[in-house]
Design a protein around this ligand. Structure first.
Ligand SMILES: [Zn+2]
Length: 54
């Protein structure tokens, strides 16, 4: 017997700085969330393009 309605992780979390895959979460639809990986260059938030223009 295969479980029906098995959880599928469609949400991807990628680093907004280097684009590296960080983690995945369960969402109802395909979603890409941006976070920050553990790379120093990224966690410092002092990478290139430090423009804070919203
Ligand atoms: Zn990164």
């Amino acid at each position: 017997m295969k479980p029906i309605g098995q959880s599928v992780k469609l949400g991807l979390i990628v680093c907004q700085y280097c684009g590296r895959w960080i983690d995945e979460v369960e969402t109802e639809k395909v979603t890409v969330l941006y976070g920050c990986c553990r790379e120093e260059t990224c966690s410092n938030g002092s990478r290139q393009g430090e423009a804070e223009n919203d």
